[in-house]
Design a protein around this ligand. Structure first.
Ligand SMILES: C[S@@+](CC[C@H](N)C(=O)[O-])C[C@H]1O[C@@H](n2cnc3c(N)ncnc32)[C@H](O)[C@@H]1O
Length: 211
């Protein structure tokens, strides 16, 4: 029988994190999708979004709610999601969605990069805490390689203690901003905001531009 108990380790690998989402997808995806947070996120970004159809790359797309909210504003969305459980939930929750779903993951994003497409806007919402610190520079480089010149990435960093059933890394906004600046990014905005996605965690959002 498969082991379905939560793990207790404090330094989860990328595979560990994805296994957690496979295990919890049936609970988490409806919660993320049902909060109205995705529509608010798209509205909040209105001033910095490219003109539709974009395209928009959503990395760690989860329930698909952000993809659907962008599509409602006439964007074409490429949704990257490594958890088969979350992808299945997304297609169940939003069967009419047009987004192209790709099974790929940070830090390398090898499958997306192999397609050769570049994006003027990338969303990475509540995902960076799953990238092991030793892989952060590679993750930033992968994101940079997927942006058009002048392209913008919006990264929401989860703050506060991790849930007991999903170990994750602390993501200090100053440290993550410094990682992006080291790769040449300019920080345009930094904002604090509350949970969203049915979460009681807080978030700090960094909006950064590739030169
Ligand atoms: C907290 S959920 C956020 C989902 C969505 N972005 C949102 O804001 O509702 C984190 C998502 O990141 C995905 N994920 C975990 N590790 C990842 C990795 N290394 N690369 C890309 N996505 C990852 C998970 O499968 C999960 O869908």
């Amino acid at each position: 029988m498969a082991d379905v108990s939560p793990r207790a380790d404090a330094s989860p690998s990328v595979d560990d994190a994805i296994a957690d989402y496979d295990r919890l997808a049936g609970t988490l995806a409806p919660r993320y999708a049902g909060s109205g947070a995705a529509e608010r996120l798209v509205r909040r970004h209105a001033a910095i979004l490219p003109k539709p159809p974009g395209p928009v790359l959503d990395i760690g797309a989860g329930s698909g709610a952000h993809a659907v909210a962008f599509e409602a504003k006439d964007y074409r969305v490429v949704a990257v999601e490594p958890s088969a459980g979350m992808r299945a939930q997304a297609l169940t929750l939003f069967p009419d969605m047009d987004a192209e779903w790709i099974d790929d993951r940070l830090p390398d994003l090898a499958v997306v990069r192999a397609r050769g497409e570049r994006f003027p806007f990338i969303l990475i919402n509540a995902v960076w805490m799953h990238v092991p610190p030793a892989d952060r520079a590679s993750a930033v480089a992968a994101v940079a390689s997927l942006l058009t010149p002048g392209g913008i990435v919006s990264v929401a960093l989860r703050q506060g203690p991790p849930p007991a059933d999903r170990p994750m890394y602390e993501v200090l906004p100053d440290a993550i901003a410094a990682d992006f600046r080291a790769a040449g990014f300019e920080e345009l905005e930094r904002s604090d905001h509350g949970g969203g996605g049915g979460s009681d965690a807080g978030f700090v959002r960094l909006v950064l531009r590739k030169p």
